[in-house]
Design a protein around this ligand. Structure first.
Ligand code: ADP
Ligand code: ADP
Length: 229
């Protein structure tokens, strides 16, 4: 069964119809790239998947929880669904290590020793172990984004949503972040990625969704698409 399922989902900002009758099933382990013009609703689409944006009608089931039901506890969904933002959103008053240990400590009640061990392994994995005691303002954008990805992995989520994760980075930082995203994909974590990076869309993702004016224009296998666009 699908890990994410939209059934006739609509979303409005006042009179603006941002998501128009979305029907979409994403299977466990899929890596989905979402591509489309600015203002087409891509960010809104992924922000509905962890309840950052409420929907107005339809059904949206994510990791077994119904986001359209007011009784659903959003925190349960956010345990399963991580998010990586364009502008990193690290906690600026906390060190890199604390950024990673905070949520698992509070939300998962993970014991400190284990929590620190997992965090340090992840920092090692993203090449940031030597910055564990630094603060976000001491890092480059690319470094901040590597920490943000490690932070989301520390929760051991089933799904990670990425909202233009490389768009705010200097060009020379982009590849490092894309390499880490490939590592995340290789772990079998379901990924939904709003991106302009065609290399990522082609080589890492296994599904390509073209979004325009609030709906899905095309839903293609990237290998097929890049052969016959
Ligand atoms: P994209 O990610 O494709 O650039 P967005 O999802 O950010 O598109 O935006 C889709 C449309 O919804 C745009 O017209 C945008 O201006 C509008 N929009 C996005 N967020 C809000 C908001 N919080 N309030 C009002 N309108 C919004
Ligand atoms: P980003 O692409 O980094 O999300 P945006 O400028 O698209 O940046 O949006 C920044 C914030 O402003 C988001 O929370 C978005 O929902 C909100 N927003 C975007 N468009 C509008 C809009 N037309 N009216 C009100 N809020 C908006």
């Amino acid at each position: 069964s699908s890990i994410i399922e939209f059934k006739h989902v609509n979303k409005y900002y006042g009179k603006l119809h941002a998501l128009k009758d979305i029907n979409l099933k994403i299977e466990e382990g899929q890596v989905v790239s979402i591509i489309g013009p600015s203002g087409s609703g891509k960010s809104t689409l992924i922000r509905t998947m962890n309840g950052l944006e409420p929907i107005n009608s339809g059904q949206l089931i994510v990791t077994g929880y119904d986001l359209a039901n007011r009784k659903t506890n959003i925190n349960k969904i956010r345990k399963n669904v991580g998010m990586v933002f364009q502008h990193f959103n690290l906690y600026n008053n906390h060190t890199v290590l604390e950024n990673i240990t905070l949520a698992p400590k509070i939300v998962l009640k993970r014991p400190d020793a284990e929590n620190k061990k997992i965090a340090m392994e992840l920092l090692e994995r993203v090449g940031m172990a030597d910055k564990a005691d630094s603060y976000p303002r001491q890092l480059s954008g690319g470094q901040e984004q590597r920490v943000a990805i490690a932070r989301s992995l520390a929760m051991r989520p089933k799904v990670i949503l990425f909202d233009e994760p490389t768009s705010a980075l200097d060009p020379e930082m982009i590849q490092d972040v894309l390499d880490i995203m490939k590592y995340v994909a290789d772990q079998g974590i379901t990924m939904v990625v709003v991106t302009h990076e065609m290399g990522f869309a082609r080589k890492v993702s296994n599904r390509l969704i073209f979004f325009d004016q609030g709906h899905i224009l095309e839903d293609r296998d990237p290998v097929e698409f890049f052969k016959h666009p």
